[in-house]
Every structure is written in C-alpha cells, then in structure tokens.
Design a protein around this ligand. Structure first.
Ligand SMILES: [Fe+2]
Length: 289
C-alpha cells in the first residue's frame, strides 16, 4: 500500500498517511517518504502511541548519519539515555518540570526564536525528527517557514544582495538573544561559531533556499550594523504569516523537517505547569569522525 499525502499548507508541509515507523518500512515506501520530504520539507507521521526510542532512532538512521552525544549544557542529566536523542522536554533528569531558575530552561526558551537546527556547526543538520511523548493541553505549537518559498518571493534586489554572502552562526548568540544567561568561557568553547552561505541550493529539491537562523551573529566582511540591518530585513521577510505553518501536536506525532529548507520555532506554553516531552534525533550532512 502506498503513502497518502495530505498537504498542510499551500506552499509546503504534508501529513503522511499509511506510514508507521514502529513497523518495518520497505525500500519502496521509504523512497516515497524521502520524495515527500524533498517536495514538502515538513512531514508529519501520526501514531496512536509514541514510537519507542529505539524505533525513533532506527528510522532516523535511514535518513542520514545521526548526530550523537551533543555536548550537554553544564549540569544536564540524562533523562533519555540515548546518545542519538536530544531531550527537548521541560523535564529534568528525574522527569520533574524544571525549576523556574534552572539555566537549562532559560536556554531552551531560546528555541522560541526562529532558527534552523545546528547551523552553528560546520557540518550542518539535514533532517530533524521530533517525537511527541507528552503534549500540553494548549500552546506549544511548532511553527515553520519554507525558505525555498521565501527565496522565490524575495525581491530581486535582495536576492542580488544576498548572493555570495557568508553568515556566521553562533549557538551562544541565540541563547543570549533568547534571554539566557551569558555563557561561561568553558561553555563557549564547546560550540565555536561556523560559517555558511546565506543562500544555497537545497539538493533534494534543486531549489534555492535562504539559510538563516537566530544563530546568525554577522555577515563575513560586513560591519555589524550593516549586517544586522540586512539580517533583520531577511528575517522579517521570511517569517511573514503567508509562509508560516503552525503544527498543533498530537501525542504520537513524529514530525520530520528539513533544516536546509526551513526555519522553525517553538511557541510558548505554561512550561512551569505542564509537561512537554519531545525527543529529537538529528541527521547531519555527513558522518563525523
Ligand atoms: Fe530547533
């Protein structure tokens, strides 16, 4: 049986019916999933219960080399002890909601800024797969924008200005921008900045995409105020409502997005009252030694 594709937005995004990542997936169906990802960039696969961590990891590994064991923020315990899984919950190592003054919570709130995952690494992230294990009763949607559609709609003058520019991405830039505390020098050294072109060809679709994120802290060779002005203009353009799809989570959803074709952000919920248990795997452009 083939996959049934239900578009979620006029420009991108789809729910894939007839797929269950807890069951074996044949090569033909897997090729259909990859083709859907190339076209839609954000795909949702629903389940009646969350897939196990093992099933999540096994399915993700078929989409590319997995990020393993990201260095943790100081003091982070292991609630989900798999090196392939990033714990994107508001829960500490014993499963309790973070205390309000926990610096890990402050850093997680930076995910409410528009970004693409791991752009602060030299080897960029391709797909992220987020699995919903506990969903708050309201809020906490994940919003997306398709950076290929954004590029298509960008005025020619801005396309010309952006072509050939290289941006610098820093994890700590977005953490502080998001209201987190200044990192220690030791923390800074765990994630040095990386440089990437501001526009690139998204290989799976062959379309040009803007590659932007709140991690961007400058444009190589440009004075800071000039760079900030251009980056702010691009960010405002890229996040206009006409480009945005807001995903309302259901328990058991596995959402896949292509970081090289989209940006996303978390939206607020009462993270001191409700549990939100989301687990993410991330594929990279190539395996790291
Ligand atoms: Fe993210």
């Amino acid at each position: 049986m083939g996959i049934e594709i239900e578009p979620l937005h006029p420009l991108y995004g789809a729910r894939l019916h007839g797929v269950d990542i807890r069951a074996p997936i044949g090569d033909e169906m897997f090729a259909q999933i990859k083709a859907a990802m190339a076209t839609y960039a954000v795909c949702v696969i629903g389940h009646d219960a969350p897939p196990s961590n093992e099933a999540h990891i096994a399915f993700s590994a078929r989409l590319g080399p997995l990020q393993r064991s990201a260095q943790k923020i100081a003091g982070t315990g292991e609630r989900v002890p798999y090196p392939e899984i990033v714990d994107q919950s508001n829960l500490d190592e014993v499963g309790e909601i973070y205390a309000d003054d926990d610096r890990r919570l402050a850093y997680k709130r930076a995910n409410r800024l528009w970004h693409t995952d791991m752009s602060f690494y030299d080897v960029r992230a391709t797909y992220s797969l987020l699995s919903a294990h506990a969903v708050p009763p309201s809020g906490a949607e994940t919003e997306f924008t398709d950076m290929r559609a954004v590029w298509d709609a960008l005025p020619l003058s801005l396309k010309d200005e952006v072509a050939g520019l290289v941006a610098e991405h820093s994890y700590w830039h977005s953490r502080v921008l998001g209201g987190g505390p200044e990192p220690t020098e030791e923390e800074r050294r765990t994630r040095p900045p990386a440089r990437h072109p501001l526009a690139h060809v998204h290989a799976p679709s062959g379309r040009t995409a803007l590659y932007l994120a709140s991690h961007v802290c400058g444009v190589v060779g440009w004075p800071q105020d000039q760079a900030r002005k251009l980056l702010d203009e691009l960010m405002s353009f890229a996040t206009q409502p006409r480009f945005v799809y807001a995903h309302q989570w259901r328990l058991g959803d596995v959402l896949i997005w292509d970081n090289l074709a989209t940006m996303h952000r978390a939206t607020p919920f009462d993270d001191r009252l409700y549990r939100r248990d989301m687990r993410r795997t991330t594929c990279r452009e190539r395996a790291l030694a």
